[in-house]
Design a protein around this ligand. Structure first.
Ligand SMILES: Nc1nc2c(ncn2[C@@H]2O[C@H](COP(=O)(O)OP(=O)(O)OP(=O)(O)O)[C@@H](O)[C@H]2O)c(=O)[nH]1
Ligand SMILES: [Mg+2]
Length: 364
């Protein structure tokens, strides 16, 4: 079925997605091919998604084949474009029967012991990395978020909230700019209504912006301000400065100005998933120096001819920044090892299951 672009363009649909749609239709079960329409996933609950499309908002049961559902790509995420078939007679729910490939995605390592990837927001054009101007130690957090944001394929913007609580905003901004390397840095205060206009150039009709950051940094407060009224619940932070994890669902919110915001629950930790390219972009300066070290396998632990150490000694590069870069690299290496061992464990499970099935077969 050919989708009606006029109804979908405000939701971010474009020619690229239209092409993926044509290809995706071929993969759909023949039952759905004439019935399915594209719609954007705006919220995901257990097994049921809220989708927005030409027919307005609908609730849709996830009806993807088990083989598809096993992969991260096969689990609907907020921001995804999906193929949705209308509810059958007597059923309240429509059916989500296919997913289009993601153009960009902010992903992280899911909290918990298992080594699995979690998609925080998909098909995003811009990531607002939201960090408050209260407290100290924000640079290392920003570096980590920037690496993940660059990897996502979207354009990062650093949003520094609660400027009203910061005694020297200019100094704080300058400090942040020293790790931003050209990424826009926007200080603002929703309480005073100041600085917010600098975000407007990123909030364009049909463009998707995801807000990410820790709990209590003011993501939902900013969404409400931009929306023009309270839509998202917000809550005072605790006495120790930590947030209360007020937002519990990722949600895509169409704004009155036509942009699309994805509000997300505050993250306790942003465990990096695959961020190899993101690291190269976020730490371009350090990586470039590392290329200039005398030894190709320099560990920057005091070897002769180490350009990274030389820059730190000369005061041109922060030692803490280098330590953070190394920490993220170690995290990457650990992740790769865990992925390998997980892949091996799964292969082992498959072989044992096949063996058991063979053993169960009656002997002739
Ligand atoms: N002083 C000041 N407080 C702010 C500002 N913006 C937000 N806050 C306060 O920060 C607290 C937390 O804001 P939320 O918007 O709930 O934070 P959040 O990032 O959505 O938090 P989670 O949903 O838990 O991830 C609230 O009490 C807000 O009023 C600001 O510009 N200045
Ligand atoms: Mg919130």
């Amino acid at each position: 079925m050919t989708p009606e672009p006029e109804a979908l363009t405000p939701l971010g649909w474009d020619e690229g997605f239209a092409e993926s749609w044509t290809a995706a239709l071929d993969d759909l079960d023949h039952r759905w091919r004439d019935l399915a329409r594209p719609a954007r996933v705006v919220r995901v609950d257990r097994g049921v998604c809220t989708v927005l499309g030409g027919d307005g908002e609908q609730r849709a049961r996830v009806s993807l084949p088990a083989t598809v559902r096993q992969s991260t790509e096969g689990q609907p995420a907020v921001g995804d474009w999906a193929a949705v078939a209308p509810a059958e007679a007597g059923d309240e729910l429509a059916s989500l029967v296919g997913l289009l490939p993601r153009r960009s995605a902010f992903t992280r390592r899911a909290a918990g012991r298992e080594t699995v990837e979690q998609v925080v927001a998909s098909n995003i054009d811009v990531v607002f990395v939201v960090v408050p101007l209260t407290g100290r130690q924000r640079l290392r957090t920003i570096e980590r978020y920037l690496a993940v944001a660059w990897q996502s394929g979207a354009q990062p913007v650093i949003v520094l909230t609660k400027a009203d609580l910061c005694p020297d905003v200019a100094e704080a901004v300058q400090e942040v700019e020293s790790v931003a390397f050209g990424v826009p840095v926007v200080p603002l205060s929703v309480r005073l209504g100041e600085g917010i206009e600098a975000l407007y150039e990123h909030l364009l009709p049909g463009r998707t912006v995801s807000l990410v950051g820790a709990s209590g940094v003011g993501k939902s407060t900013l969404v409400n301000h931009l929306y023009g009224k309270d839509r998202q619940a917000t809550q005072e932070i605790r006495g120790d400065g930590k947030g209360r994890h007020t937002t519990t669902h990722r949600e895509l919110v169409p704004m009155p100005d036509g942009s699309l915001l994805i509000d997300t629950p505050g993250m306790r930790a942003l465990g990096a998933w695959d961020i190899e390219e993101g690291l190269q972009q976020a730490f371009g300066d350090v990586e470039q120096l590392a290329d200039e070290c005398r030894f190709g396998d320099c560990t920057h632990q005091g070897e002769p001819g180490c350009a990274v150490n030389a820059a730190v000694d000369a005061g041109d590069l922060s030692g803490d920044r280098v330590a953070n870069w190394e920490k993220l690299q170690r995290e990457q290496q650990r992740l790769e090892l865990q992925q390998d061992s997980r892949a091996r464990a799964e292969e082992h499970k498959r072989i044992r299951a096949r063996q058991r099935a063979l053993n169960r077969r009656p002997h002739r």
